[in-house]
Design a protein around this ligand. Structure first.
Ligand code: PBG
Length: 352
């Protein structure tokens, strides 16, 4: 070796040395915990497709929220499973809806915990799509269709025979976001990928006196196969076709930056890239280009790949979990939405 001797290993020589020169520090402050709220009473049922995740009815959510808050996690993200679905997804903006009730319960029992709500119609529509359907040559009552959870192409030709009506959907999303704000949500998070929805929601909030409610936009949301376990959990798989005419093509990174740029211009306070692990380059590029808080969603398929491999004895659960979360932060995310939040918070604070 030449002079001076550059020996990279000097800085790795002890745990203390490594701690001192560590570049990326994951913190409990970075974590958001997603929760599934099911209409009904007395429900706390394990979700078959997602390890250690539960469906909670609104009357059972306070206890969970208090625990999440006591771990130091700053926010939860709420998804709703309605009593019944229809073509418009009308339970999404019902004052007595499961999410609206859950928001009130959380705000009452854990007032400092931030409540973020997912704003999207797919859990509420009989079609399982994130908006209303305009033209369809297929019936779409939601009856008699096999959910296309694992299928990515609409049909052999790849041509969709239905259209999700962008502008008609905007109104409904605005109503949904407004009803979450009225129930006490701190942040609304549109995940539908309709064009113009951030503006429509921002306007509805401003006009109704909710100028302090923030928008976390799922700005770059890809049409990903990693959502499979979630669609079981949220009962939100499309009854026909796929989401490729509204969610992004996984091959496109420049387009993701355009989406983010637009959402910021429309009034988003924070933006998100989703999923996280197959899109670390997008997170990195978004971090370099934009200065608002950047979130990344470590989605259900990413969560369950790790859980399945750990359950098979192939990898160490906690070590891989921390490596994954740290890598998402290192790529540039300020916030990580993750089903690992509680476990990671306990490890970070050495709570058994
Ligand atoms: C609803 C929505 C989805 C997810 C979050 N919001 C599913 C989808 O777009 O089909 C996925 C979350 C996850 O996989 O953990 N639009």
């Amino acid at each position: 070796m030449g002079f001076p001797e550059i020996r990279m290993r000097r800085l790795r020589s002890s745990a203390t040395m490594r701690r001192m020169v560590r570049e990326t520090l994951l913190s409990v402050n970075d974590l958001v915990y997603p929760l599934f709220i099911r209409a009904g009473e007395g429900i706390k049922t394990p979700i078959a497709s997602m390890t250690d995740c539960f469906h909670f009815s609104p009357d059972r959510i306070a206890e969970e929220a208090v625990e999440v808050a006591s771990l130091g996690i700053p926010a939860v993200l709420l998804f709703g499973l309605p009593e019944k679905k229809d073509e418009q997804g009308s339970e999404a903006w019902s004052e007595g809806g499961a999410v609206q009730q859950a928001i009130r319960a959380i705000k009452k029992h854990a007032p400092d915990l931030l409540v973020i709500t997912d704003v999207c119609l797919c859990e509420y529509t009989s079609t399982g799509h994130c908006g209303v359907i305009k033209e369809s040559r297929r019936p779409h009552s939601g009856m008699g269709f096999q959910p296309t959870r694992h299928r990515q192409d609409a049909d052999a030709t790849g041509v969709s025979d239905f259209k999700v009506d962008n502008d008609a959907t905007l109104e409904l999303l605005a109503k949904m976001a407004l009803s979450h704000a009225q129930a006490g949500a701190d942040i609304v998070a549109p995940s539908d990928m309709m064009d113009g929805r951030v503006r429509a929601i921002r306007q509805a909030l401003e006009r109704n006196g909710f100028q302090d409610v923030a928008i976390l936009s799922y700005a770059a949301k890809f049409a990903s196969a990693f959502y499979g376990p979630f669609r079981d959990a949220a009962e939100s798989a499309p009854a026909f076709g796929d989401r490729k005419t509204y969610q992004m093509d996984p091959a496109n990174a420049r387009e993701a930056l355009r989406e983010i740029d637009l959402d910021i211009a429309e009034g988003a306070d924070m933006v998100m890239v989703k999923p996280a692990l197959s899109y670390l380059d997008v997170i990195h590029r978004a971090r370099e280009r934009f200065d608002c808080p950047l979130a990344a969603y470590n989605v259900s398929g990413e969560y369950m790949m790790l859980n399945a491999a750990a359950a098979a004895g192939l990898i160490d659960h906690d070590a891989t979990m921390m490596e994954v979360l740290t890598s998402i932060k290192r790529a540039g995310a300020d916030l990580i939405l993750t089903y690992f939040a509680k476990k990671a918070a306990k490890l970070l604070q050495k709570i058994p």
